[in-house]
Design a protein around this ligand. Structure first.
Ligand code: FMN
Length: 324
């Protein structure tokens, strides 16, 4: 798959997810087959104001190249300024414009999904970004209820210079309920010449195949299914290539993956108690009697106790007779 001047080996993309897609998580997903990964949305206003925490969300490493940064905002000049600041601090492979976040505070600020009702402003934003940046620009939208409006927005995004469009097939009001509307994604794909990436409800190999077949899109973006399970990229890419399912081994893999995650956090000095607690909880799923372990993690008061719980799990795997 090509996005602007960038060429990717595969066509599986990790979705931007606030609080989740930090550098270690993105690197793990890449290790297991994601061709492209995005940061969580970064507020352009906060970056331009000099907010350190927001700028740090754009932190990357050369292991990650090319890395996408997702911008959130509504003012074309501020978005361009923020992109240039972020690009200056860390070389960014491509920028994505958030046109789909349904969170209340984002909508109230006139950003995310709210922009879908202002197609002319969308055009100005995409044009400003693609004129000012020497890297590809993508846009990520949710859909509206009206087919013509969806197609109109998609055409505007393409005409304004975007190099790819990502479509999550749900409306703002749907939040995460109902299903991602594959017919709308397919219609948008038919309408555009730039690559279109389908997003929403891809949870395993079979749904990935189904979404690709139904929409004929150029790539797939995977979000929630990758939380605590970066190996999903290996499973899906293997299936799409060979039409064969990899053997399960799910829990052992997840345990290995959380240990890999911790290693990466250490490497980049990003290991924190809160993040480790949250991520351990997500990684340790899909195993009998795991409830009591997750409860222990929930009650853990410091990093050492979580590391202790994970160590016990690892020992138990080596010696299944040991109890937790
Ligand atoms: C915890 C969480 C945080 C998210 N943060 C973002 C974000 O920062 N930017 C964005 O465009 N979408 C965000 N999303 C939406 C996802 O990128 C994706 O569009 C959505 O989850 C549907 O894909 P899925 O069914 O594969 O999860 C977020 C989703 C979740 C669950």
């Amino acid at each position: 798959m090509n996005i602007g001047k960038l060429t990717f080996n595969g066509n599986l993309i990790l979705a931007p997810m606030a609080g989740i897609t930090n550098l270690p998580m993105r690197l793990l997903c890449k290790r297991y087959g994601a061709s492209l990964v995005y940061s969580e949305m970064i507020s352009s206003e906060a970056v331009v104001r000099g907010n350190r925490e927001s700028t740090d969300l754009g932190f990357t490493s050369c292991e990650e190249k090319p890395f996408g940064v997702q911008l959130m905002g509504s003012d074309p000049d501020t978005l361009v300024q923020a992109a240039l600041i972020l690009h200056n601090v860390n070389p960014v492979g491509l920028f994505d414009m958030n046109l789909g976040c349904p969170a209340r505070d984002i909508i109230r600020a006139g950003c995310g999904c709210k922009l879908l009702k202002k197609p002319l402003l969308i055009g100005k934003i995409i044009q400003a970004l693609s004129d000012s940046l020497d890297v590809p620009v993508t846009a990520k939208i949710r859909i509206l209820n009206c087919t013509d409006e969806n197609l109109n927005i998609a055409r505007i995004i393409e005409r304004s210079g975007a190099d790819a469009l990502i479509v999550h097939g749900r409306t703002q009001n749907q939040g995460y309920s109902g299903r991602s509307n594959l017919d709308v994604i397919r219609d948008i794909k038919k309408e555009l010449s730039i690559p279109v990436i389908a997003n929403g409800d891809i949870s395993d190999e079979l749904t990935a195949r189904h979404v690709l077949d139904h929409t004929q899109c150029d790539g797939l973006m995977i979000g929630r299914a990758a939380i605590g399970n970066p190996y999903i990229f290996r499973r899906i890419s293997h299936y799409l290539e060979k039409e064969e399912l990899l053997p399960p081994g799910e829990f052992d893999r997840r345990l290995d993956n959380i240990l890999e995650y911790i290693e990466l956090c250490r490497k980049y000095n990003m290991l924190t108690f809160n993040d480790l607690k949250l991520k351990s909880y997500w990684f340790l799923k899909n195993r009998e009697n795991i409830k009591s372990v997750r409860k222990k993690i929930n009650e853990a008061k410091n990093m050492d106790s979580i590391m202790g719980i994970l160590g016990e799990l690892r020992n138990q795997r080596i010696n299944p007779a040991a109890t937790l």
